[in-house]
Design a protein around this ligand. Structure first.
Ligand code: LHQ
Length: 262
């Protein structure tokens, strides 16, 4: 297997992005974050790609920031805020703004900013042995890369505070019961099930997914009238797609639809 820090593979209409530093549980160094940003850009711009999977090589999803290169004494030492702004924020925003669905297939531990990356996906699947850990406070840091934004929205304030402050490592099953994970699969089934779901999504009217992401991304920030207006604006656009016409025609003609993502 390639030793590139991120693998980018397109199969049909599905791109799979694999964090690939398995010896250190895919800890995030600058090279990995640069490649991850490039992979997100490729998936965004390639019109043939209509669904994306993000997963990890080996036994981890990601152990978060590479502490060997980001510690104050490490070779990449410096201001961690700037490191976040330059390397992490563009990736998290690219994931949220990508006009295609992203499945996070969490195959093992997702810690620190690795957990943030998992949470930036649209549908979070986990392997039975996956674990989730807001590792930040254990080393004197604040949850970052979106964790304080995603967590309260996904699990509620009480659990978000406990997870961030206690930094307990929770199981995939607990993560699912908290609402952080959509489905838990046996470890061996995780990637096949993610691929199955991605292939299914890629055959759907994918522009609608782009509009859905846009509608949901900041819905907590808008009041009801503003959200109703956004829905109407997006629905005007959705109503003009070829896929909407095809969906209605196929329904009326009692045949399977052939969506093209246009
Ligand atoms: C690692 C790491 C790692 C390097 C395991 N780095 N090598 C901060 C700063 C700057 C900007 C961006 O944002 C952030 C936010 C953050 O992400 S802060 C949080 C950073 N992550 C952590 O604090 C987690 C540290 N890792 C752990 O607590 C454990 O490794 C976990 C719980 C993830 C997994 O435990 P185990 O399954 O027991 O594995 P392990 O500890 O034996 O790790 C396996 C190898 O991976 C080991 O190397 P070795 O040479 O001994 O086999 C670890 O040193 C290495 N590794 N995490 N973050």
């Amino acid at each position: 297997m390639s030793d590139a820090p991120v693998l980018y593979q397109v199969d049909g209409a599905v791109a799979t992005i694999t964090l690939n530093r398995p010896d250190v549980l895919n800890a995030l160094n600058v090279a990995l974050m640069v490649s991850l940003r490039e992979a997100m850009a490729s998936a965004t711009s390639d019109e043939a790609v209509r669904a994306v999977i993000v997963t990890g090589a080996g036994r981890g999803f990601s152990a978060g920031a590479d502490l060997a290169s980001t510690s104050p004494g490490g070779s990449g030492g410096g201001d961690t805020g700037n490191l976040l702004r330059e390397r992490y924020h563009p990736v998290i925003l690219a994931m949220r703004n990508m006009p295609k669905p992203i499945i996070s297939a969490v195959n093992g531990v997702a810690a620190g900013a690795g957990m943030s990356i998992a949470m930036a996906g649209d549908i979070i699947l986990a392997g039975r042995s996956a674990t989730f850990l807001q590792a930040f406070s254990k080393i004197g840091l604040v949850p970052d890369a979106g964790s304080t934004w995603f967590l309260p929205r996904y699990v509620g304030d009480v659990r978000a505070r406990a997870l961030a402050i206690l930094a307990d490592r929770i199981s995939a099953q607990d993560a699912q019961s908290f609402g952080l994970v959509w489905q838990v699969h046996e470890d061996a089934d995780l990637l096949p099930r993610a691929q199955e779901m991605a292939a299914k999504l890629a055959a759907m009217p994918t522009r609608a997914y782009a509009f859905i992401k846009q509608a949901l991304n900041d819905s907590h920030q808008r009041d009801l009238p503003a959200q109703l207006e956004l829905e109407a604006t997006l629905q005007s656009q959705a109503g003009q797609t070829e896929d909407f016409r095809e969906g209605v025609a196929a329904f009326l003609q009692k045949r399977p639809p052939q969506f093209k993502g246009r």
